[in-house]
Design a protein around this ligand. Structure first.
Ligand code: ADE
Ligand code: ZN
Length: 324
């Protein structure tokens, strides 16, 4: 089964580039940029990756991102991920980046997007991977801040396929970002949002009704609401699920509780993704392996999940047909 999983052609639709920062690279960049780190070794840093909930992870994740300062840092970070993705047979990746995490420390928007774009071009040339970027607004910050970020992005609009919403979910409902998301639709950005990770099913419903999102990132708490589940299936709204993430952030107690079968039985388009692999103990292959073992999945189940990844992507139909 492991060889089958490794060999499956896959798409990655839910991956935060900042969440691929491995401790080794984090220390290299800290040295290169003269940034001080709280932990004195790679091992000590890894030991700190024990999370109780989303917020306890986000605090460490934002601290880690402090080492990213220059165009070359974003290039190196993204290239390291694309090499890993290629080794796991990922053919297409739609990658989140969080500009506010960096611009608030004085990093120019241009340096972030140009570093990422150079990596995307090299990934295509050297590895044959197709990459799109999705810019996320941080939910714990104000909508005004998101609007300022949206405006900064417009100069680079051709380099960004769409926008998303991530970071602290509880207390930051979709309604908070209605205006900036409306503006994003108007300029032609595709729209996705994290919802129903820690937040209630109502947040998923509001992301659909108020924000008109095309995909829901996580969304597992939708299983608590039968009507919502039926609607997601009927409207063919894909969920970008991240099993290892949900375990590591204690959204579920153990992998056996991951509600994939309930979602599949309800006819929901489920995709498997890695979220923040450097922090959660594995990339896409590890995610597939973990659910296969805990939920006793068949090869047909895995084929369907991998196919859904391409189907739910923003790639043109011609590319999808080539991959599936
Ligand atoms: N940013 C990075 N990973 C995240 C997650 N799992 N949920 C919300 N925001 C995030
Ligand atoms: Zn995420």
């Amino acid at each position: 089964m492991d060889d089958f999983i490794a060999g499956l052609p896959k798409a990655e639709l839910h991956l935060h580039i900042e969440g691929t920062l491995e401790p080794e690279l984090l220390f290299d960049l800290a040295r290169r940029n003269g940034v001080k780190i709280k932990h004195d070794s790679v091992e000590k840093l890894r030991e700190a990756y024990a999370f109780e909930n989303l917020q306890s992870f986000l605090d460490i994740y934002y601290e880690g991102a402090d080492v990213l300062l220059h165009e070359a840092d974003f290039y190196d970070l993204a290239m390291a991920y694309f090499r890993k993705a290629s080794s796991e047979n990922i053919l297409h990746a739609e990658v989140f980046f969080d500009p506010q995490t960096h611009t608030c420390r004085g990093v120019p928007f241009k340096d972030i997007i140009m570093g990422l774009t150079r990596a995307k071009e090299d990934a295509k040339k050297e590895l044959g991977i197709s990459v799109y970027y999705i810019m996320c607004f941080l939910k714990h910050l104000s909508e005004e801040d998101a609007i300022a970020t949206f405006q900064q992005s417009l100069e680079f609009k051709d380099l960004i396929i769409g926008v998303g919403l991530d970071s602290t979910e509880l207390g930051n409902p979709p309604a908070k970002f209605q205006k900036v998301i409306q503006m994003s639709h108007e300029v032609g950005y595709r729209v996705v949002s994290h919802a129903g990770e820690e937040g209630p099913p109502e947040y998923v419903r509001d992301a659909l009704d108020l924000l008109k999102v095309e995909r829901i990132d996580h969304g597992i708490r939708s299983v608590e609401d039968k009507d919502l589940l039926q609607r997601i299936a009927k409207e063919k709204i894909p969920l970008t699920l991240c099993p290892l993430s949900n375990c590591k952030l204690c959204v579920i107690e153990k992998m056996e509780d991951f509600p994939l079968k309930t979602l599949l039985e309800a006819n929901v388009c489920c995709t498997i993704n890695s979220d923040d692999p450097s922090y959660f103990g594995g990339y896409i292959v590890e995610n597939y392996k973990s659910i296969t073992k805990s939920l006793n999945l068949s090869k047909e189940d895995l084929q369907l999940l991998a196919k859904n990844g391409f189907q739910a992507s923003f790639a043109p139909d011609a590319d999808k047909q080539k991959w599936i």
